[in-house]
Design a protein around this ligand. Structure first.
Ligand SMILES: NC(=O)c1ccc[n+]([C@@H]2O[C@H](COP(=O)([O-])OP(=O)(O)OC[C@H]3O[C@@H](n4cnc5c(N)ncnc54)[C@H](OP(=O)(O)O)[C@@H]3O)[C@@H](O)[C@H]2O)c1
Length: 266
């Protein structure tokens, strides 16, 4: 490991963007703690590390578990990448609130609890970078994905607010937001499908499920980038920057679309 190698912990690294970012950072020679939601994912990731000959420390860190979060306390981390996330969909008019609460439990509260724990060490050492993987759905409300979209609005607000607070503290802590557009990791399909577990009966939109499903499939079919390369590149850039920007978004065209929509009042 070279002298400038950083110690980096990434959550939700068992799949998708998190796994790809973990391998990209490990390939650059950094010491990556790739943490996963469960033991099965950790086992699979360890095997993949051996196959790819890219050493990483792999362990389960369910961010909603205080015992699991405590595993991060003794690590002298330079960078925390809060990537773990879940998605729930459905109309706010009738989505079971327990599903909304669970989404916030992972995407907001678990993420913040882990961040607070890691910040303690970083502030003591007077250096460190915290990244939040939010979403463009945290900048524009997405109908029928609002449980997820609201949680990402909260996360984007948290990242921007924490950054200003850390600047005022003057302890050398950097905070940045990664706000991906749509990427084909399977996350969007699982999230959109989840509402059909309960919507078929007793929803105001029960009669519209076929139309909704077709529209979602069309929308993600058009929007999703096949490869995570562009977003992983930005995660690596933000993680290693001396002074990262507040926000990073890819694919760039979706980022531009969001900025324009916000200018025009969405
Ligand atoms: N793909 C997109 O289009 C897109 C767009 C914008 C933002 N994002 C964000 O990017 C991040 C990564 O998403 P992805 O697309 O790569 O999907 P993904 O493959 O499902 O990655 C999310 C990972 O987080 C894990 N996770 C869930 N709950 C957890 C918990 N309590 N503790 C630890 N890990 C947990 C998941 O494990 P399980 O598989 O067991 O749930 C999964 O491995 C998420 O925060 C997502 O919101 C994705």
């Amino acid at each position: 490991m070279n002298a400038s190698a950083k110690s980096i912990l990434i959550t939700g690294a068992g799949s998708g963007i998190g796994r790809d970012a973990a391998f990209a950072l490990a390939a650059l020679g950094h010491h990556v703690h790739a943490t996963t939601a469960n033991d099965a994912q950790a086992e699979a990731l360890r095997t993949e590390c051996i196959t790819r000959q890219l050493p990483m420390t792999v362990f389960r860190l369910d961010i909603t578990s205080a015992d699991d979060r405590a595993l991060a306390a003794p690590l002298e981390l330079d960078v925390l990448i809060n990537n773990a996330g879940v998605g729930e969909s459905g109309s706010l008019a009738d989505v079971p609130i327990e599903r909304v609460r669970r989404t916030f439990e992972v995407n907001v509260f678990g993420t913040l609890e882990l961040t607070q724990l890691v910040l303690r060490g970083m502030i003591g050492r007077r250096r460190g970078t915290v990244l939040f993987i939010s979403s463009i759905a945290g900048r524009l409300p997405v109908p029928f994905l609002m449980p997820y979209s609201m949680s990402k609005f909260a996360l984007s607000a948290a990242g921007a607010g924490l950054r200003a607070e850390m600047d005022q503290l003057g302890a050398g802590i950097q905070v940045a937001l990664i706000e991906p557009g749509a990427f084909h990791t399977g996350f969007n399909q699982a999230m959109t499908a989840r509402k059909y577990e309960w919507m078929a009966t007793g929803s105001y939109f029960s009669g519209q499920t076929a139309r909704l499903q077709a529209a979602e499939a069309r929308q993600f079919g058009l929007l999703e980038a096949a490869s995570t390369r562009s977003i992983v590149k930005l995660i690596v850039k933000a993680a290693l920057a001396r002074r990262p920007r507040l926000r990073y978004t890819a694919p760039w065209v979706q980022g531009l679309g969001v900025r324009l929509a916000r200018i025009f009042g969405a």
